[in-house]
Ligand binder design. Structure first.
Ligand code: FA5
Length: 335
């Protein structure tokens, strides 16, 4: 029996075949079972005992052989699985393309971080504005010639609804909502009927700044802008205030930084002046304080508004504002 089994087992390659063979020998209707069934036909007690013992020994021996074969089959199966799942770790991996932060977002975050570091918080306002917030409350009523300074996309015939032309309406919204003193910046998208060219886009981004407290003067404005400029563009940068005009500030300034390309000596970027304009600013006009019920005799403040694309163009040396909106992956990847 054992010899036959061993021969049969050599042929067995799979677990299922093994199970079939095992039940043929050891199963309920198997060989051992039928040998055991013969016991009842043996009358001689000693012979019966001997027979039983022999069959049991045979059973044990068969079980050992089957166990051994099962282990072999399992080991073979494990080896095959391992072979199938083998990974060549020396093959170079496929580089996965990952996204990059948009440069406008990156620049906005850089500006935000600098001002947050100086105690400012972030305020937001809607892109669809009422004319009152965008103009009237900012000392620019309907008849004011300064309305022409920013050509507006109106959303209604009565010119009540418009796409905000600057982030300055957030000043008004913030002051109406909170009591002074306060220090906020407000980044966001703005719209103007400007022709698209290398430095102008009809949709662009600004960051507004507003600081209100007692005894605020132009020197505070200059100090904050100087710290900003040095942190953003580099330690050596200095700031120049040139008199200018905005209806919502008095006095008003265009703010320049010393040219970061030639160190202020004069080059083509700064048109040999040594200075580059980065933003508009000034001390909050008393009429603006009046529109939001702040007493201008008690409170003073400074405000500024800078173009995010413009400062990003300077910092990252981008010659044309249109690069920001083309979605050319090569542009994004070089940054
Ligand atoms: C203003 O919009 C004022 N609200 C700024 C201000 C705020 C002054 C608070 C005083 C107090 P201006 O129109 O100069 O100012 O625009 C501010 C900045 O936006 C500019 O310096 C420039 O960097 C950017 N800018 C203006 N027009 C465009 C445009 N079409 N495309 C891209 N950037 C622009």
């Amino acid at each position: 029996i054992i010899g036959t089994l061993k021969r049969e087992l050599i042929e067995v390659k799979e677990i299922q075949e093994f199970q079939n063979l095992k039940s043929k020998y050891l199963g309920k209707k198997g060989l051992i079972k039928s040998l055991m069934n013969n016991l009842k036909d043996i009358d001689d007690v000693a012979l019966k005992k001997q027979y039983g013992k022999t069959v049991n020994e045979l059973k044990e021996e068969l079980e050992t052989i089957f166990d051994k074969k099962l282990n072999e089959l399992k080991e073979k199966e494990r080896e095959e699985k391992e072979k199938k799942n083998w990974v060549d770790i020396t093959i170079p991996g496929a580089r996965r393309k990952i996204g990059k932060e948009n440069l406008i977002t990156k620049t906005r975050k850089e500006i935000e971080e600098i001002f947050i570091g100086m105690g400012f918080s972030i305020a937001e306002g809607p892109e669809i504005e009422n004319s009152w917030y965008n103009f009237d409350a900012l000392n620019t009523p309907e008849w004011h010639p300064a309305r022409e300074m920013q050509d507006t996309f109106y959303l209604s015939l009565d010119k009540e609804k418009l796409l905000r032309t600057h982030t300055s309406p957030v000043q008004v919204r913030t002051m109406l909502k909170s009591k002074p003193p306060l220090a906020i910046i407000s980044p966001g998208r703005v719209y103007r009927k400007d022709e698209l060219d290398a430095t102008h886009s009809p949709v662009f981004h600004q960051v507004e700044g507003l600081y209100v407290d007692k005894n605020v003067s132009v020197s505070h404005l200059k100090m904050y802008l100087e710290v900003f400029a040095q942190k953003f563009f580099g330690n050596k940068v200095s700031v120049l205030l040139r008199p200018s005009y905005f209806p919502f500030t008095e006095p008003s300034f265009e703010v320049d930084i010393s040219c970061i390309f030639c160190g202020g000596k004069g080059c083509s970027v700064c048109k040999n002046t040594g200075w580059i304009e980065i933003l508009g600013a000034g001390l909050v006009h008393p009429n603006v304080f009046q529109s939001v019920n702040y007493d201008p005799k008690v409170w003073q403040g400074f405000a500024f508004g800078m173009g995010i694309e413009r400062v990003a163009m300077l910092k990252y040396n981008i010659p044309d504002i249109r690069e920001f909106y083309k979605n050319d992956i090569r542009f994004i990847e070089t940054l």
